[in-house]
Design a protein. Sequence first.
Length: 471
Amino acid sequence: MTADLIGRLRQVVGPAAVLTDPADLAGYVSDWRAAYAGTAAAVVRPGRTEEVAAVVARCAEAGVAVVPQGGNTGLCGGAVPDRSGRQVVLSLTRMRRVRDLDVANQTITVEAGAVLRSVQEAAAAAGQLFPLSLGAEGSCTIGGNLATNAGGTGVLRYGTMRDLTLGLEVVLPDGRIWNGLRGLRKDNTGYDLKQLFIGSEGTLGVITAAVLKLFPAVRSRATAWVALPNPQAAVELIGVLRELAGDRLTGFEIMSRQSVEFVLRHVTGARDPLGDRQPWYALVELSDTLPAAGLDEVIESALGEAFEKGVVVDGVVAAGPAQAAALWALREGISEAQNHEGPSLKHDVSVPVSRIPAFVARTDRALEEAVPGIRIVTYGHIGDGNLHYNLSKPEGSDDAEFRARAATLARVIYDSAGAFDGSISAEHGLGQAKREIIADYKDGHELELMRGLKRLFDPRGLMNPGKVLPG
Ligand code: FAD
Ligand code: S2G
Ligand code: ZN
């Protein structure tokens, strides 16, 4: 990195917004789990789109790669620079403005560095709902949510970021600004370019703002925690709930007993809502825009019907918001709780919902054969066909030995997902973690088309190199 590029970047964004001291760079050059680490020539923190454009253009002129970064909560190392020390991390976190909120059009226009929770709050303040919700919502940004096509717990009813986005503003790899900030639900004027940038993980351009959909605020909720004999019962319960509640089914998360055990062991105040231990649990939520929609009755009759059919073994309906929050805390605590049990080998897979039961049976058997005593933390968004298959070592075994099995165990899970026409990354993307292995699971023509798009948008390969596409 030549010193004059740093000087030119300082001219663009001001000296305070260009970090070069290693102590200042620390939080930007490794991910939150320290699973991926690199070094950077500089971290640049532009305050508005024109500055982003100028930074990208200066780096392009100097032939220096740019790594876009939001909240750095990604789980595949996509926002982490390489170890060359030549890359520039472009942090969007100063660009947090809500540029517009249009209730009649049901849209909100926000900048990429806006933290997800702040957008949820801005919508709520206007009596609206922005429904994207995930465990990292206090730190992740809208730009990162778009670049990873984030999912979370509301996809069942509202979809992923692909479904929640109407328009984008993007700085292209040569520094041009594409203003696609249209708030139109119908616009058939050629290719839908925004969908190329959504899920591109910073490899096609820097998203600087977006027009997102809003929904009417939820005014009543019913939440239940149910015990299930197996994943098949969960799939059947979703069917019963859909029949009785339709679109008011807005949350359905499954958890294995192992997942819950870890939370009960490591999360202060966590309590098992039911008496005896069951193999599987589901957290169910209905919600409605009407204040008194009688959702408790709906959820109770659905659970009653499911109980009659032997689908549900036991269950409890939250008496109010505090108990509902405690039930959600059990689910949201899994990721952190598992970190106390040695290495957590994460896998974020999806298969068609109807094939989940057979997929789980086959995968668990194969994992147990590979590592007897392995502890399988299976949980997540089963209504989307998406399970987090996070693995912990057998109790008392060696961390390093277990870590050494990571590639083999990943293959077991990914081969199984492939056998059920599934995906090896349901919501977290590929980043650097899965950029090589994806070549074994994606059609060759598809990869060729993706490379073609990369060459078209970023012919010099300066936008987040080493991510998404196999080397
Ligand atoms: P970063 O981590 O900063 O970046 C992620 C990727 O996007 C990188 O490739 C980066 O280069 C790119 N990028 C970031 N900003 C931009 C931009 N403005 N323009 C172009 N590219 C950009 N994810 C889910 O989908 N569902 C979940 O349920 C979920 N739960 C989570 C729970 C926890 C506890 C944690 C820690 C993470 C979870 N995640 C989940 C993963 C993560 O939060 C999401 O991927 C999130 O969308 C990342 O946002 P971010 O701002 O942190 O992005
Ligand atoms: C979730 C992310 C956390 C993890 O909690 O829904 O997407 O550990 C996951 O996999
Ligand atoms: Zn998830």
